[in-house]
Write a protein that binds this ligand. Sequence first.
Ligand code: ZN
Length: 187
Amino acid sequence: MLAALSRDIDISCLVLAADNKEISMKLTDDELRKLRNAFNVQKKTQANRKPDRNGNAIRLTMFFEEWLNVWIDSGKIALRGSGRGKFCMSRKNDLGDYAIGNVEIKSCEENSREAKQGRMVSQCTRNKMSASRAGCAKDKEHKAKLSETHRSLPQVKCPHCGTKGRKGGAMTRHHFDRCKSVAPHPA
Ligand SMILES: [Zn+2]
């Protein structure tokens, strides 16, 4: 335990007592104070933060010493923070409380990637993404990829007018149920 606790941290030694268990590690008083502050702020404000995706309020149910221990065991306490290259405490599957057994230390990139997975982008954001790309020429590689994808689609034939083309896109838009030869094209 002690060997695991003292890795990566190289400052004066200090001992904390938690649940009759001694946590020994090398952190300065100043660092410890900052960590305790961060923990207290999270504990206090967690209930007012966004609920999880099932609508349940997310609480922080750990004691400071337990929270600190998770960080120390991860070996990433010196990299605690937000943004690229930093590490954060995340909940397993992004559900439930910040509780012993339900948390792990992850890189912030990994954590935000997971949070974004499967999330729908709002129409507002889609419009902005589209606007920022408008007028930008696609590079050669991008064009080749698009072309390759298109060519990999199966050939289909419109049963109404006999036009052949790749499945999807213009064929769906102008043929089959919407073929001009059977009905007026919807406006
Ligand atoms: Zn047709």
